[in-house]
Design a protein around this ligand. Structure first.
Ligand code: URP
Ligand code: ZN
Ligand code: ZN
Length: 488
């Protein structure tokens, strides 16, 4: 037997199920052996006293994406993947975003062209469907799903992206027939539009009014409606970037009714509040995302949801915009809360924040941290067990964590191009110091070791959690699935 290319020796290995002492033998980029006292490899890495975790998976990030307002993200596929890697994330799943009138197939081609030469870690794509035309639903989506794009996001708000309920049903029915997973941005568009108009009419323009316009009930109502639409057709659904306690309660209640409803939340809903939008001048724009951060009670509810299984995935929703006219402030000093680009950076700090405040503070078990940061993303999006775990046959995507390393967050030491971090000055304990992707060292000793274009595209399988549960009444089955079954 050929020697291992690499042996990681003496570490504490953690998966979503277990924590155990083991050496890891890597051959051809894949985990070839797990055990104590493995034979010497061509290269040895002493990880005694360190935690060895699966590389993180960030399944919600926007990279080189043009927003519906026409604003381009600050990070390209190089800076985004470098930033991810320095934060212990070895797979990203950004969006190939369709704007109305565009062919989804062409959109996917364009994103590949952007990512291929630049990415340093592996990546898959979700689709954003903003124009569910007959061509898209009948031909493009089924073909793209077969090619490995098995999840797509739809929006219930944003004028140029949103679907109405009947379009949502069309997309959900297609996902059901094709075994794909729908992700939904759930906020009530008309409530937000009405509140926004009233606020602006009365001269309330500052960033803090973004949180007023995107009131908690707007999120709760749309969350409930999205769940009911999915329930009607017996289709699994993932609610993304959940911020409000009331929305989390809707998800929990649906799960309690036995529905396959999944939830995602993000760092901004644990570490920021609406008060952050109320900073001097327009500085609050740096904390503006949709849905917005809420209050301390909501933060506590989101922590509870992570611990009790309401949320399966913890993602960054990295939507990087600079604090200048290219991003947050398109109209300079005249920018109102309605004009500001929505979104926050988070690819690099997602896991260190969750580790420090979740695991170190005793809110989460280590196994939960791994599940929320890596394993569940792979399961939900059809990448498991190639990604998201430490097992024989899985890609050797590994993050070696120094659990005692103290870091004061400074944007100047991060690797994105955003120009600021909402978490500046925060003290964190625990950091991934060495990161491997398919057995290659991508980060070690504070240095980037991977070259642009060394990341690979990952086609996704149809995810198991996207299977219908079999609860569709027989009288609806033929209608929904488009076959000839008699109605009664
Ligand atoms: O404010 C946010 N979340 N911006 C990014 C786009 C989205 O809706 O996820
Ligand atoms: Zn969204
Ligand atoms: Zn997003």
């Amino acid at each position: 037997m050929e020697p291992f290319d690499l042996v990681l020796r003496g570490g504490k290995v953690c998966t979503a199920a277990d924590v155990f002492a083991a050496d890891i033998g890597v051959r051809d980029g894949v985990i070839a052996a797990l055990g104590r006292g493995l034979p010497a490899g061509r290269r040895e890495l002493d990880v005694a006293g360190k935690l060895v975790l699966p590389g993180g998976i960030d399944s919600h990030c926007h990279v080189e994406q043009l927003s519906s307002f026409g604003v381009l993200c600050a990070d390209d596929f190089h800076s985004a993947t470098v930033s991810a890697a320095f934060g212990g994330t070895t797979t990203i799943i950004p969006f190939a975003a369709q704007h109305r009138g565009q062919s989804l197939r062409q959109v996917v081609r364009d994103y590949h062209q952007a990512a291929g030469p630049k990415a340093i870690v592996d990546y898959a794509f979700h689709l954003i469907v903003s124009d569910p035309s007959e061509q898209v639903l009948g031909q493009e989506l089924p073909a793209l799903i077969a090619d490995g794009y098995t999840s797509f996001k739809v929006y219930m708000t944003y004028e140029r992206l949103r679907l109405d309920d009947s379009q949502m049903l069309d997309v959900l029915a297609l996902a059901r027939r094709q075994g794909a997973l729908v992700m939904v941005h759930a906020e009530n568009h008309d409530m937000i539009r009405w509140l926004t108009a009233k606020l602006l009419e009365t001269g309330r323009r500052l960033p803090k009014f973004h949180a007023v316009a995107h009131a908690r009930v707007t999120e709760a109502e749309a969350t409930n409606r999205a769940i009911r639409l999915a329930e009607l057709l017996d289709v699994p659904l993932l609610l993304v970037h959940v911020s409000a306690a009331e929305a989390a309660a809707e998800i929990r209640a649906a799960q309690g009714r036995g529905l396959r409803i999944y939830g995602e939340t993000c760092p901004q809903y644990l570490f920021l509040t609406a008060a952050d939008l109320d900073r001097e001048g327009l500085a609050g724009a740096m904390f503006c995302c949709s849905p917005p951060p809420r209050d301390q009670a909501a933060q506590a509810a989101i922590w509870r949801g992570l611990a009790n299984g309401t949320f399966q995935v913890f993602s960054s929703d990295h939507a990087p915009y600079r604090f200048d006219a290219s991003g947050k402030l398109p109209k300079g000093e005249a920018t109102t809360f309605k004009d500001m680009a929505n979104g926050l950076p988070g690819l690099e700090l997602r896991l260190p924040l969750l580790f420090s405040e979740g695991v170190r503070q005793g809110r989460l078990e280590l196994t939960q941290f791994v599940a929320l940061g890596a394993t569940n993303h792979a399961r939900l999006y059809g990448l498991y067990p190639r990604k998201g775990t430490i097992a024989i046959g899985s890609d050797a995507d590994l993050a070696i964590w120094d659990t005692d390393k103290r870091v004061t967050v400074r944007w100047a030491e991060l690797h994105d191009k955003v120009g600021y971090t909402p978490y500046e000055g925060r003290e964190l304990v625990g950091w991934p110091t060495t990161v491997l992707s398919r057995g290659r060292f991508v980060v070690a000793g504070g240095q980037l070791l991977a070259s642009p274009g060394s990341g690979r595209f990952l086609p996704c399988a149809k995810p198991d959690p996207a299977r219908p549960s079999g609860r569709l009444p027989t009288e609806l089955a033929g209608l929904v699935d488009g076959d000839d079954r008699p109605l009664f």
